[in-house]
Write a protein that binds this ligand. Structure first.
Ligand code: C2E
Ligand code: CA
Ligand code: CA
Ligand code: CA
Length: 280
């Protein structure tokens, strides 16, 4: 029994060591992911209350030889910690702007085009210049107005006035802002009031439990009512069924995103989805 106990401990240590090793290996590989062309973008449709495709969220994907597909939840954190997020974020933004430009030229009419941002990117001294340069290179005055940057609530607890100044400069070139994962973090009403944001994203965790917990229903109706007071557009993420869609819709939610409509699609698949949606 003793020996078994010891084995138990050894097994546990091995599992932990493997985990650490896995992370170090991911970190090493992430340095080469861009030059190896392993980073791709997907576009998840956003629908209005009439189920018409009106926007999308860009979601990053990383596939490599050793581990196959690595979820962003695993590598975005590493990229932030190592500073690689600056280069990765720039790449994501450039590719996103190119796509927006291409689709606009093809007559794919979207109202908005959302890109996730990390706080680290915001605090990079060159960030503003980089965005302005990319917008200058790829976007017209009209397409710029479709760009939405999704930021998380953590951004609110950092140097708020510096952040607001950067946001306002970006707003001047036409970009708007969405507060992501709303309700999960340290949001306060006063910071919400002060932030120059245009949209709130209702987090998936609340949406997925709509059918189960009254408290999540209440959370959602409260967020949607609050958004109305602050005059913010609302997007619900993780909408997986008709019941969730109807509940959100009846409570005034503006846009809907989730597997009920579509997962995140490759470039071409998104174009097909758009055309099929238009024909309906
Ligand atoms: P997020 O911004 O909250 O993105 C929503 C996540 O929910 C995505 O996972 C999406 O694929 C997933 N999702 C969408 N609809 C449904 C649904 O109906 N059911 C379920 N179960 N899941 C759904 P993904 O792509 O794995 O992204 C995870 C997180 O990684 C994102 O959360 C975001 O925080 C981060 N991320 C993704 N792409 C980028 C990026 O380009 N830049 C940065 N900085 N972060 C990114
Ligand atoms: Ca590629
Ligand atoms: Ca997001
Ligand atoms: Ca979320």
């Amino acid at each position: 029994a003793k020996a078994q106990g010891r084995d138990g401990i050894i097994v546990f240590n091995e599992a932990l060591a493997k985990r650490v090793e896995y992370h170090l290996e991911l970190e090493r590989r992430l340095y080469f992911a861009l030059e190896h062309n392993e980073i791709d973008l997907r576009y998840q449709p956003q629908m209005n209350s009439s189920k018409e495709l009106v926007g999308c969220e860009v979601l990053v994907r990383w596939r490599n030889d050793k581990f196959g597909f690595v979820p962003p939840a695993e590598f975005i954190g590493i990229a932030e910690k190592t500073g690689l997020i600056i280069e990765l974020g720039h790449y994501i933004m450039e590719e996103s702007f190119k796509t927006l430009q291409t689709w606009d030229a093809q007559g794919i009419e979207l109202e908005q085009f959302s890109i996730n941002l990390s706080v680290r990117q915001f605090f990079n001294s060159d960030f503003l210049n980089q965005v302005e340069a990319l917008a200058e290179k790829y976007l017209s005055d009209r397409t710029r107005k479709k760009v939405v940057f999704e930021v998380t609530e953590t951004i609110l607890i950092e140097d708020m006035y510096k952040i607001i100044a950067i946001m306002n400069k970006l707003r001047r070139i036409g970009i708007s802002f969405s507060l992501d994962d709303f309700g999960t973090g340290y949001s306060s009403l006063s910071s919400l009031r002060q932030m120059p944001i245009d949209e709130l994203k209702v987090d998936r965790t609340f949406v997925s439990h709509i059918n189960k917990y009254e408290s999540d229903k209440l959370m959602i109706t409260t967020i949607l009512a609050m958004a109305k007071i602050f005059n913010l557009k609302t997007v619900a993420e993780g909408v997986e069924n008709e019941e969730q869609f109807e509940f959100l819709k009846s409570n005034g939610c503006n846009l809907f995103q989730g597997f009920y409509f579509s997962k995140a699609l490759e470039h071409r698949a998104f174009e097909t989805f758009y055309l099929n949606n238009r024909e309906q």
